[in-house]
Design a protein around this ligand. Structure first.
Ligand SMILES: [Fe+2]
Ligand SMILES: [Fe+2]
Length: 290
């Protein structure tokens, strides 16, 4: 990976003769306010205690009806938490589509590298983010929520992701630097899908659990692929010490071991999918052989 170099003047070591003058200026012009940073901490606490929450859940049109509907059972004991987290993931997947669109532009502007993603690879991941977004929108709607609402957790995650969006849409950042941004997004995505699977499982909804486990599996693949691309760019092995060409195969092997350990449950799911017409089955197969 080539690093541009030569003109960075941020370090003090480049102008050692100015360091003393800079320190002297600090002594000559001290802060004009009294006290230290502990006052800032006190203000933070005061505002936090007296302020409003970052967001609230929308008036729940569906939740009002929940007591009478099957959705109550699906959402479990914490319906608002579940809808909040669904809203969060929905917004994140929608942003994921935009992030991969930006990455496709980077690939076009900066070109590829050995072991890095092709345009088709990126478009494939983009399509899967979009698929997750549509699946979540349908789930929220079925459960009586509003898929267009920005839930508190969606708001927090959008703020957390601002830096990633800034890096990927900055025309000066390279494809590899942008992949580092996507890596952060995929790490967060993996963690949050795992939490959503647990919420669905605890609510006792097998259909929802299966849908979310499928999405979680796809996101694991995304993470592995992004990790291997970055490792290839740095001519090193991917995370976990696995040489990058083997990392994807290794991830696939561990996934298939996990699903066979799942036994009868997995077989039930396959039957259910077959009954449902197998939408997406072909796609999963394609992903495995790539
Ligand atoms: Fe995602
Ligand atoms: Fe992803």
């Amino acid at each position: 990976m080539k690093m541009p170099g030569g003109s960075n003047r941020t370090g003090a070591a480049l102008a050692p003769h100015h360091i003393d003058a800079m320190l002297e200026a600090g002594r000559e012009f001290p802060p004009n306010s009294r006290g230290d940073e502990s006052e800032i901490a006190r203000v933070r606490v005061r505002y936090a205690k007296g302020g409003e929450p970052i967001g609230t859940m929308p008036p729940p049109p569906g939740v009002k009806e929940l007591a009478k509907t099957a959705a109550k059972a699906v959402l479990g004991k914490q319906p608002l938490l579940f809808l909040d987290k669904l809203g969060e993931r929905l917004a994140f997947e929608r942003s994921g589509v935009r992030l991969y669109q930006a990455l496709v532009s980077k690939r076009e502007a900066y070109g590829g590298f050995s072991g890095g993603p092709s345009r088709t690879d990126l478009e494939h991941l983009l399509a899967e983010e979009r698929e997750h977004f549509h699946m979540l929108a349908a789930v929220v709607e079925q459960l009586g929520g509003d898929p267009t609402a920005v839930t508190p957790s969606a708001d927090v995650h959008a703020t957390l992701s601002k830096g990633i969006v800034a890096v990927l849409t900055d025309p000066r950042t390279s494809l590899v630097q942008s992949l580092e941004g996507i890596l952060l997004a995929e790490l967060a995505d993996n963690e949050c899908w795992t939490a959503l699977v647990a919420l669905a499982r605890e609510a006792g909804d097998d259909d929802l659990t299966t849908k979310f486990e499928d999405a979680e599996g796809t996101e694991r693949e995304h993470l592995t692929r992004v990790r291997t691309w970055i490792a290839a760019a740095q001519s090193r092995t991917a995370a976990g010490g696995v040489p990058f060409p083997q990392a994807i195969a290794s991830e696939m092997r561990s996934r298939s071991q996990r699903s066979s350990a799942d036994g009868s449950r997995a077989s039930g799911r396959r039957t259910a999918r077959a009954r449902a017409g197998g939408r997406g089955r072909g796609k999963r197969k394609t992903r495995r052989v790539r």
